[in-house]
Design a protein around this ligand. Structure first.
Ligand SMILES: Nc1ncnc2c1ncn2[C@@H]1O[C@H](COP(=O)(O)OP(=O)(O)OP(=O)(O)O)[C@@H](O)[C@H]1O
Ligand SMILES: [Mg+2]
Length: 195
């Protein structure tokens, strides 16, 4: 990262925090200004990529694997068939080279992988009835590893605020993906990432 982009990043972070703080205030003009700043910062800090085929989705997963570290949570948003499992497959195969198959955890709800440096947990919460069931499927045991979560909204408040959201959308026959980092650590890592 260059010095200029480092100071730009610091400025953006400070501005974003202040805007978050003031967005709840009662003064209408100030509130409107803060919401505008928030909207701008949100767009500056996200990255969107077109994924023209399955191979490209796998490749994005594989390349993002270089960013992750133990304790990370990556929430994969998007409708049925949007590409969440394909992305996870790319990321898991890069982190756990000996793995032969990455099945969708649609019925098991979670699949664990023993990586050489840390475990990787792949959740599919589509069939979760309530966030309380997160305890039963071992959510508390995942802190030492990386958690990839399909249908993350089902986890409710169990989902940590500081995480990477990845949003998959349909774009004709292709897919469009947006990276939305939450928290300074993820923002910094995504700022350095290009695909
Ligand atoms: N960029 C892409 N362009 C076109 N097709 C893709 C792309 N990425 C993945 N696919 C295809 O989309 C289909 C569904 O992918 P995948 O199973 O990953 O979706 P999902 O989001 O996990 O679905 P679910 O919500 O059912 O778990 C697969 O056939 C996959 O090959
Ligand atoms: Mg899936």
């Amino acid at each position: 990262m260059t010095h200029a982009s480092f100071f730009l990043f610091l400025g953006q972070s400070a501005c974003y925090r202040k805007a978050c703080h003031h967005a709840n205030c009662r003064n209408f003009d100030r509130k409107r200004w803060c919401l505008l700043v928030l909207f701008y910062m949100q767009n500056v800090m996200t990255q969107t990529y077109e994924l023209e085929d399955e191979a490209r989705t796998l490749q994005l997963g594989a390349e993002l694997a270089s960013l992750v570290k133990p304790g990370d949570v990556i929430a994969l948003h998007g409708g049925l068939g949007a590409g969440k499992t394909t992305f996870s497959r790319g990321l898991i195969c890069a982190l756990v080279p000996v793995v032969e198959d990455v099945p969708s955890p649609t019925y098991t709800l979670v699949q664990a992988y023993d990586g050489p440096e840390f475990p990787v947990w792949h959740f599919d919460l589509y069939r979760l009835e309530s966030p309380d069931e997160m305890d039963e499927i071992g959510w508390d045991e995942t802190q030492d590893g990386v958690a990839l979560i399909e249908w993350p909204d089902k986890a409710g408040s169990r989902l940590p605020a500081w995480r990477l959201d990845i949003v998959f959308d349909f774009e004709g026959e292709h897919r469009r993906v947006t990276l939305e980092p939450h928290g300074e650590d993820w923002q910094k890592r995504c700022d350095e990432f290009r695909f």
